[in-house]
Design a protein around this ligand. Structure first.
Ligand code: SAM
Length: 345
């Protein structure tokens, strides 16, 4: 990852280099030109994208959401000079509807999501996100939450562990690793990431390690996704973010792995595709697309961006503009997300 290696207390700007920064600002700019226009930065992080919006688009104000209180504090310091043009909010981004109701009167002109972890989170050794350093098996983006990576390893049954490693980590050796995790915890509970890396080195065949990158890469990704409920939250958040957009409003999403990108792609495709049943001679108004895609498929980083910021290697950027309100018959589909969420609470 790409922080410049400052210790704790270092400046937020040095802790995380924003990915495809200018492209994101340029995509959002047409929606944020009018006085009073509002962007929700759902993944404030170190505030890099938000700072560029506030600097370059003087009519806009930004509501910055993050579930990590430490990120909010650091970004808050960085953005203090913008006064009331910036509003920090501690929330999970699937709460965007409530955040927009409370701070922007029900609709906004822009939404930005730059998914995953920040370089700050990877660099804070004691949070356990990085497989390169031995640390407590924590991996919570919000340290006020209860479930940690150690809890997952110590309490989930073998089948669930294997499923998580396979689905969220796309790990070929998921079954073998899950078995070894459960066997080892019968002797001693899991608590350090270094011990997990040692186990992965022992279980993953040496020949595979030559091509598959660090043996911890896929398992650590899977645990992080599980601990933070990342995909489940994103499934609810993208449709809710689209619903929060006023007509002509724009959404930009940067994903860093295929499972995230698939969720984003599907939510945008629902809006850019006609919902009319096939074979109708005339497309009824209510079935016309309510989104226009602003990117052709997913955009990737070019050579210059890659050179500047290695973290951009896996980025997939998608963007869309709202053309009209979502038709009633599709809104009901979106609202099942909310029902499922409320059921779980
Ligand atoms: C890649 S960083 C964003 C970096 C930011 N764009 C910048 O330029 O500094 C992602 C941030 O999103 C936050 N985050 C991840 N999932 C979240 C969620 N479900 N709700 C709220 N914040 C989340 C993380 O805590 C992290 O700080």
């Amino acid at each position: 990852m790409n922080a410049t290696g400052n210790g704790p207390g270092g400046d937020a700007a040095d802790r995380h280099l924003p990915v495809l920064l200018q492209r994101c600002v340029d995509l959002l700019a047409p929606a944020l030109a009018e006085p009073g226009s509002v962007l929700v930065d759902c993944t404030l992080g170190m505030g890099g994208h938000t700072e560029a919006v506030l600097e370059q688009l003087p009519a806009a104000r930004v509501i910055g959401i993050d579930r990590d209180p430490q990120a909010l504090a650091l970004a808050g310091e960085r953005l203090a000079r913008f006064g009331d043009r910036f509003t920090p909010v501690h929330a999970v981004y699937d709460e965007i509807t409530e955040v927009v109701d409370a701070h922007a009167g029900g609709a906004v002109q822009g939404v930005l999501m730059d998914l995953g972890v920040s370089s700050l989170q990877l660099d804070e050794t004691d949070r356990g996100f990085a497989y390169a350093q031995d640390a407590p098996l924590d991996m919570r983006m919000d340290s006020t939450q209860e479930l940690t990576a150690a809890d997952v390893l110590n309490t989930y049954d073998e089948r669930d562990l294997a499923r998580i490693l396979r689905e969220y980590g796309e790990e070929r050796f998921a079954g073998k690793i899950a078995r070894a995790i459960v066997r080892r915890r019968a002797e001693r509970e899991w608590d350090r990431s270094g011990e997990l890396v040692d186990l992965l080195r022992a279980v993953i065949p040496a020949a595979t390690r030559k091509t598959g990158g660090h043996p911890g890469k896929r398992t650590f990704q899977a645990l992080r996704i599980e601990v933070n409920g990342e995909l489940e939250v994103l499934e609810r958040a993208v449709p809710a973010a689209i619903e929060a957009l006023a007509v002509d409003g724009r959404i930009v999403v940067e994903s860093y792995q295929s499972l995230e990108d698939r969720i984003v792609k599907r939510a945008i495709a629902q809006g850019t595709t006609s919902s009319a049943p096939p074979g109708l001679p005339v497309e009824p108004e209510t079935h016309r697309p309510y989104l226009e895609a602003l990117t052709r498929g997913a955009e990737e980083a070019d050579a210059a961006e890659l050179e500047r910021n290695p973290r951009s290697a896996s980025v997939r950027l998608r963007a869309a503009r709202r053309l009209r309100p979502t038709p009633e018959h599709l809104l009901n589909r979106t609202s099942t997300h909310h029902t499922a969420k409320e059921d779980r609470r």
